[in-house]
Design a protein around this ligand. Structure first.
Ligand code: ZN
Length: 315
């Protein structure tokens, strides 16, 4: 087995984020924790990142990541490959140390990710009493059948709504992640599912983030993909969803243009991904207009024909 350094976070990087309607510097930290308590989702490869990090390891990881805070990061996003608010994954003493440090260092906003069942009024208060917090929930889809059968997510839309109500009652914010193209859906079904999910989630979410499905290692999605039974979404599909969903809606086209990531024909991927990134910062629909390439006609045909191929990808 590969030796894992438990005192180093999985990853740390700087980027730009939408904050109070403008572009702001942000720091993203992925802590290496014992991992997600659920770890069954068909597209999620994060369970392989879990490792027996102790309280002390987690504190050292966080300290190291914070060395990248200056200059000027106002937003900090902390992911654990699981749930920030799961005390079995991130002990409360570590959580409180992180929250106190962020406050002391003048961070304006924290984004954390958690499964909805870990949101209680006490835990939400622990965050919100210290700093503005956005609770990111991997809703994936508003359709319980798709979430259960295609994603194997293990919670319902009702659970998401309950968590949202707890957070909103305390003055916090909710970000809902939607998954574009869970397995077993045709390209067209995936587009319709994402648009209707954005509309259904809108009353309970202050921000919607569209995740374009990547083929991660050691997942059900990877097994399907290896047998040509899954194709990641077209970037054209992402554009279609962004144009037809209520905002604010953002999308970081991670892995765009690669075989395992969302892709078009290979020639236009860079330009389309760039337009999606730009739109995510400006929320200006004009950033998505005027994009075109020969493969867009192919994509349209795929969307049409896959309705009759029972979910088998055609191109
Ligand atoms: Zn193209």
């Amino acid at each position: 087995m590969r030796e894992i350094d438990l005192t180093r976070p999985v990853s740390v990087w700087r980027s730009k984020d939408l904050f109070q309607g403008r572009e702001a510097e942000s720091l993203t930290i992925i802590l290496r924790t014992p991992g997600c308590s659920w770890a069954r989702c068909t597209m999620c490869g994060y369970p392989v990142e879990g490792a027996p990090a102790t309280e002390k390891d987690l504190l050292v990881q966080f300290g190291r990541a914070m060395e990248r805070l200056s200059p000027g990061a106002e937003v900090v996003k902390i992911y654990t490959s699981g749930s920030f608010l799961d005390p079995g994954e991130l002990p409360e003493v570590v959580r409180d140390h992180i929250l106190d440090s962020l406050k002391a260092m003048g961070v304006k906003k924290l984004v954390l990710e958690t499964r909805p069942e870990y949101i209680t009024p006490e835990r939400a208060k622990a965050c919100l009493s210290r700093l503005e917090t956005e609770f990111a929930l991997g809703l994936e889809t508003a359709n319980d059948l798709v979430r259960q059968k295609s994603v194997c997510k293990g919670f319902s839309f009702r659970d998401f709504v309950k968590a949202s109500e707890i957070v909103h009652n305390l003055g916090g914010r909710i970000k809902a992640y939607l998954l574009l193209k869970p397995p077993f859906l045709s390209e067209g079904e995936a587009i319709r599912d994402a648009v209707s999910s954005a509309r259904a989630a809108k009353p309970y979410a202050d921000m919607i983030s569209l995740n374009l499905c990547n083929v991660q290692k050691k997942t059900t999605v990877e097994r399907l993909w290896e047998r040509d039974e899954y194709r990641p979404p077209w970037l054209w599909s992402a554009v279609e969803v962004l144009r037809n969903s209520p905002g604010p809606i953002i999308c970081d086209p991670v892995g765009a243009g690669t075989r395992r990531g969302p892709h078009n024909c290979g020639e236009c991927d860079g330009a389309v991904a760039e337009a999606i990134r730009k739109f995510s910062l400006t929320q200006d629909p004009r950033d998505l207009v005027g994009l075109d390439h020969w493969c867009r006609a192919t994509w349209r045909k795929v969307v049409e024909l896959e309705e009759k191929s029972f979910g088998t990808p055609l191109v």
